[in-house]
Write a protein that binds this ligand. Structure first.
Ligand SMILES: [Zn+2]
Ligand SMILES: [Zn+2]
Length: 585
């Protein structure tokens, strides 16, 4: 844990924050590095990019201010949890400084974009709610400390600001928006903190009220446990808000249907997590990001106090590795979050029929097939994409860049960025697939709305030592039909007669055959969205046909019996093994 120093500190910046998604390099599409966040001043040379740029624009300055205010709020939380009086006094003093800053903001932020729900200290009310939740928890933890009443005007103003913002969303008919999870969390936290400081009881408005957390869970979470947008990031975003809002609640007091939904939300994460703990970055959300790792650690720590076990042990270890050496360890200070012991935990889930994801596991391979609804404004053109995880991120969902980079954002939501099919090189329509078959070892899904007069069907099944993928696309006439292979590891490709063999970082081998002549064109292209400059070999396997089936057999290194060859066998496929056996599919 980084040491908390109590030497003479610099003050938080007083300027309003902008939109953090603009903290991105215009040249490289990478998020700029979070530096000097507690220095009080934007880096003199500009925001640094990992590729050597220094970027200084009003938008980047505004984005840096968001990250800086959030870092200050986190620091106040850390200081508040510290046992020593000096740190707690510093936390109270910082809350007082923010109370002064906030008191000068008598109108909404005037720099917001038209679509934004406006905040005061930030362009967006959502950002303000996230910040307010940290401020509220710090004040809550400090209740009883000397002079903490200095925070009361700030807490009261924040409660009122988020109530107003929530009202605007409700008027717009957007109660299921992920914003509401945070507006409710901020309202719950700031109002409860103020009540504790005043020695009053807390109101139920933000938890059990008609626009509270429980109602939001009922509105925004699908029966299969997913937040309706189908984004791993926004799923965790909402779950963390709920867990933060429920501080001090005794688990048995939570309504039974809400317990089941929260449990299902945890089971989602446990189920999609690869054996090494990687959480696939489905739909919009960062591929990998240090501050996001800290958010997952907090979520896992709080979920582990509500349910035991959570099934998130591998994910916890994985994100701890991503959080890096400078991680402050805040999540380890959050013991006693609820008023009682945890409830029985969920079993990891593998099939999500509402959001449209299915996990298939073969030895050493964790595969995920994507067939659900588009997912609203955070959805991607990823219908029938097949993601492959294992010892390496063989074929991951590539995630998304900060939204301020328009061109790269468009790329990462396109079909071309995903391991799925395309017809005539065109972008598909927003559409939903359907689940045709699901067993313990196989799943089949189909889609007909992606392109006019085109049906596609993908089946993924686990064999004793391999994974078999077959994609059939049927069109109304001869068309150009491609299947994308999109690795985040060094990939080599070799044509061997009618078969194509792929090597994925020596840890996975693929054997590929198509039902009609098809060219496996290899080209260099952007890897996942954490750094679009990380160039990877990719394959566009393309046929001119009315109907084509693409078969791929994947085997992780060390799986036995070893696959030796794959060949056409009538209308199907024969897989030959080193022990002399043959599997016909
Ligand atoms: Zn750059
Ligand atoms: Zn995606």
């Amino acid at each position: 844990m980084a040491a908390l120093t109590t030497t003479r500190r610099v003050a938080p910046p007083t300027a309003r924050g902008g939109w953090w998604h603009q903290y991105v390099c215009p040249a490289h599409g990478t998020e700029l590095l979070s530096v000097e966040l507690l220095s009080g001043q934007f880096p003199a040379a500009g925001g640094p990019c990992q590729h050597g740029c220094r970027v200084d624009t009003p938008a980047v300055r505004g984005a840096w201010l968001v990250l800086s205010h959030q870092a200050w709020a986190r620091r106040i939380r850390l200081l508040a949890h510290s046992g020593d009086a000096g740190s707690r006094a510093e936390a109270v003093a910082l809350l007082g400084e923010y109370a002064e800053i906030y008191a000068t903001l008598d109108d909404d932020h005037d720099g917001a974009q038209p679509w934004m729900l406006r905040g005061r200290l930030f362009q967006q009310a959502l950002t303000e709610a996230i910040w307010a939740t940290s401020i509220g928890h710090a004040a809550w933890t400090l209740a009883g400390s000397d002079d903490v009443t200095v925070a009361l005007p700030l807490l009261d103003s924040l409660t009122e600001a988020v109530r107003q913002a929530r009202g605007v969303l409700v008027e717009q008919g957007r109660f299921e928006s992920n914003y509401v999870a945070w507006l409710d969390a901020a309202g719950a936290t700031t109002s409860a903190a103020a009540a504790r400081i005043r020695g009053l009881s807390t109101s139920d408005e933000w938890i059990g009220g008609e626009l509270g957390i429980y109602q939001h869970i009922r509105a925004a979470i699908l029966p299969d446990g997913w937040e309706w947008e189908g984004s791993t990031y926004y799923h965790g975003f909402c779950l963390r808000a709920y867990l933060l809002a429920l501080r001090g609640v005794d688990p048995p007091d939570i309504p039974a249907d809400i317990v089941e939904q929260l449990k299902a939300m945890v089971a989602v994460l446990a189920g999609i997590a690869a054996p090494d703990g990687t959480l696939p970055a489905l739909h919009d959300g960062p591929y990998a990001r240090v501050p996001l790792a800290a958010e997952w650690l907090e979520l896992i720590a709080l979920a582990g106090q509500l349910f035991a076990p959570t099934g998130l042990e591998a994910a916890s270890a994985h994100v701890l590795g991503q959080a890096g050496d400078n991680h402050d360890g805040l999540e380890r200070l959050l013991g006693g979050w609820f008023a009682g012991p945890p409830l029985a935990g969920p079993r990891p889930a593998r099939l999500f029929t509402d959001v449209g994801y299915a996990v298939v596991r073969a030895p050493g391979i964790h595969a995920l097939l994507d067939f659900g609804p588009h997912g609203g404004s955070h959805g991607h053109h990823d219908k029938l994409a097949l993601y492959l995880y294992g010892n390496d991120p063989w074929q991951p969902d590539p995630g998304q860049v900060p939204y301020g980079h328009r061109e790269w954002r468009a790329h990462y939501r396109s079909a071309a960025a995903h391991p799925t099919f395309r017809v005539d090189g065109a972008e598909p329509a927003e559409c939903a697939g359907e689940l045709c078959e699901a067993t313990e070892t196989a799943v089949t899904a189909a889609v007909s709305g992606a392109y006019d007069n085109v049906q596609a069907r993908r089946r993924v099944s686990a064999g004793a030592s391999y994974l078999l993928d077959s994609l059939t696309v049927t069109a109304d006439r001869v068309r150009t039909i491609s299947l994308g292979i999109r690795p985040d590891v060094p990939l080599t490709v070799r044509v061997e007669g009618e078969m194509v063999r792929t090597d994925w970082a020596k840890s996975l081998t693929g054997w590929h055959i198509a039902s009609v002549p098809a060219a496996p064109m290899v080209s260099a292209g952007p890897g996942p969205a954490d750094d679009p400059q990380r160039i990877r070999n990719r394959v566009d396997w393309t046929a001119e046909a009315e109907r084509v089936t693409y078969w791929s057999v994947y085997q992780a290194a060390g799986a036995r019996p070893a696959v030796t060859a794959v060949r056409r066998d009538g209308a199907g496929l024969a897989i030959e093994f080193a022990d002399g056996t043959v599997a016909r599919c």
